[in-house]
Design a protein around this ligand. Structure first.
Ligand code: 9D3
Length: 250
């Protein structure tokens, strides 16, 4: 997958490309990341990328022209590989990001992401050059770089070969629509708390059922919206009923 990112702060993306799962995936050639600074596409002596808003008001607006030239170059590079990419703007006005959206985007051969700064981007650039806007949630950040990295991190871990089979993307929370169960490692007692007996039993079927029951219980307590969005299997309904009768704490 060929990823083109447009940002005034390209250095921020080292956090993604140089560390952990996303760093290894890049080394393995699972994706290529090209960063473009719109400042390189300015034509005035001050290398301006923003200006005051028509109509007045606070803050600055990103100029359409440098962004338009940056997008054109990103698209041209992808076209060389036979890819006609979507252009996605990370924006507080965008559609909230979901796991389904992450899966769909991770299956594409290429993508152009626009991370913006200031109060916004000239609307004519958005109207003519941007295909889609995505938000990562209802809170205000300082720019689109972290949202772009959140989106890319979520996408890259879905690329075949990005994860060891130990923590396959299939095992992840949200894939089965439930929250993750609790995890324990050594020592067997910490802060006066013991590891649940069943996990020491070696009884794989009982362990599977206990974990599923914990997932169901936690999901109902913390994210009842997730449970409502999905029918329970007979086994799940029984495990949740049993937990309720036992009034298990979480
Ligand atoms: C006063 C109006 N503000 C909109 C809520 C202006 C504004 C604030 C912050 C415009 C852009 C930004 C920077 N944020 C992003 O670029 C951004 C973002 C976010 O702030 N929250 C969640 N998802 C995203 S995606 C891009």
């Amino acid at each position: 997958m060929q990823i083109e990112v447009i940002s005034l702060f390209p250095e921020m993306f080292a956090a993604l490309s140089d560390h952990g799962v996303t760093g290894r995936a890049k080394q393995r050639g699972l994706y290529q990341l090209t960063l473009t600074n719109p400042r390189q596409y300015t034509q005035d002596v001050h290398q301006s990328v923003d200006d005051r808003p028509y109509g007045g008001g606070p803050g600055m607006v990103m100029l359409a022209e440098p962004l338009s030239r940056a997008i054109a170059d990103c698209k041209a590079r992808l076209q060389l590989h036979g890819v006609t990419p979507k252009v996605i703007h990370l924006s507080p006005r965008g559609t909230p990001l979901t796991h389904e959206k992450v899966l769909a985007l991770s299956a594409l051969p290429g993508l152009v992401l626009l991370a913006s700064r200031y109060e916004g981007v000239d609307q004519r650039l958005l109207d003519t050059q941007v295909d889609e806007e995505i938000s990562i949630g209802d809170y205000v950040l300082s720019g689109g770089e972290l949202p772009a990295m959140v989106l890319l991190d979520a996408m890259i871990r879905q690329l075949p070969g990005a994860l060891g089979d130990a923590d396959s993307a299939q095992e992840d929370s949200f894939v089965n629509g439930l929250l993750d169960y609790p995890h324990y490692t050594r020592p067997e007692e910490f802060a006066g708390l013991k590891v649940p007996e069943v996990l020491l039993s070696g009884h794989h079927e009982k362990i599977r059922q206990w974990r599923l029951q914990q997932s169901l219980w936690l999901t109902r307590a913390k994210r009842p919206d997730l449970l409502a969005a999905r029918p329970l299997t007979k086994e799940e309904a029984r495990l949740l009923q049993d937990a309720t009768l036992q009034q298990r704490d979480v």
